[in-house]
Ligand binder design. Structure first.
Ligand SMILES: C[S@@+](CC[C@H](N)C(=O)[O-])C[C@H]1O[C@@H](n2cnc3c(N)ncnc32)[C@H](O)[C@@H]1O
Length: 329
């Protein structure tokens, strides 16, 4: 593995964080190395809610951007709509590809995320985020050449309706790019057994409430509607040695959450939405979340594993649907 550039900020210079990103398309696998430097610090400083954690990794991932550039083969002057944009992660990721007169619009139901994204990331008029519902997209027919989304189609209650709306605002020809995080294959190691069990139950709970974790519903709906798609895989892997500095950063990050009662409350409520359906009581979820973020326990675990390799893998499934003419749909 190659060594990346030095970190520009003080304490990070001593942390060896290598992001190892694997691009895979069908059987063709390309290995590349990437330095992921900013993530932890960004999380500590700026990201205050669960939906924002880790988003910066996507938004700044040049390999993911290059990969999407290749499969989208965009000219850079298109209008792109990002559905369920959250704080604008996908828009931020793709914005360098649309500087040739292109325009990126994100819509999300959650006005807090939209405001946050506009304040921190969006650069109107090139990229802007708006409050809007994917069930009733506030744009005219055939307005966008590309519609993207990450984590939207698996969450919506009425996928058919949202797909119809997507197709309504899409030009012919047009492209839909949907990114699904493959939660079943997400891996962090070393990881306390309790954390692992909580995560498994969390994903199971999501499945029970109908979230399309394995993309089955998305695939069958596309097939039923004769939407022909290609599936790609992109796997992000991070490797770093568990050093004193790594432990210090993790501790600071957990502390920043743990000491903020409002955030902890949000975490509890977020997880309870799903875990209640597989038998967790509110107080059990409360205890679990407080354990997961209690720096004393988690840090003690990391200290026990000092010197070992910390490894995290986030697999993504990327679906590309190309629409050429009306008769296709
Ligand atoms: C899993 S999050 C993904 C956010 C963002 N795409 C990202 O990856 O950072 C799903 C997002 O979809 C939004 N959402 C859910 N239903 C929606 C709808 N009907 N219309 C617009 N946004 C919606 C949620 O508010 C949330 O921000």
């Amino acid at each position: 593995m190659q060594k990346g550039p030095n970190f520009s900020l003080g304490y990070r210079q001593h942390v060896d964080i290598y992001g190892w990103v694997r691009l895979a398309r069908s059987s063709q696998i390309v290995h590349v190395n990437e330095m992921h430097s900013n993530d932890l610090e960004y999380q500590i400083k700026y990201f205050l809610e669960i939906d924002k954690i880790g988003r910066i990794q996507f938004a700044n991932n040049t390999y993911l951007r290059a990969f999407i550039r290749k499969i989208l083969s965009a000219r850079g002057n298109e209008r792109l709509l990002d559905l369920g944009c959250g704080i604008g992660t996908v828009g931020k990721l793709l914005s360098p590809l649309f500087k040739n007169g292109g325009e990126i619009v994100g819509i999300d139901l959650n006005h807090e995320l939209v405001e946050y994204g506009n304040d921190h990331w969006a650069r109107p008029p090139h990229i802007r985020l708006e409050v809007g519902d994917a069930n009733n997209i506030p744009y005219p027919e055939r307005y966008f050449q590309i519609v993207t989304s990450m984590g939207l189609y698996e969450n919506v209650a009425n996928l058919d309706r949202v797909l119809s709306e997507t197709l309504r605002v899409l030009t012919r020809p047009g492209k839909i790019l949907s990114i699904h995080i493959d939660m079943d294959r997400f891996i962090v190691t070393p990881c306390p057994e309790f954390n692992r069990r909580c995560y498994k139950d969390f994903v199971r709970g999501m499945q029970v409430v109908g979230i399309d974790v394995d993309a089955k519903r998305f695939i069958t709906t596309c097939k039923r509607r004769n939407l022909i798609f290609k599936e790609f895989q992109f796997v992000m892997e991070y490797k770093t040695q568990i050093t004193d500095n790594f432990i210090k950063i993790m501790k600071e990050m957990m502390q920043s959450y743990y000491q903020n009662k409002k955030i902890m409350q949000k975490f509890v409520e977020f997880h309870f939405q799903f875990m209640r359906w597989i038998g967790w009581s509110y107080s059990e979820v409360w205890d679990a979340v407080h354990y997961l973020y209690s720096h004393s326990d988690q840090v003690a675990f990391l200290i026990k594993h000092k010197g070992e390799i910390y490894y995290r893998k986030t697999p993504m499934r990327i679906f590309l649907i190309q629409i050429f003419e009306e008769s296709q749909i």
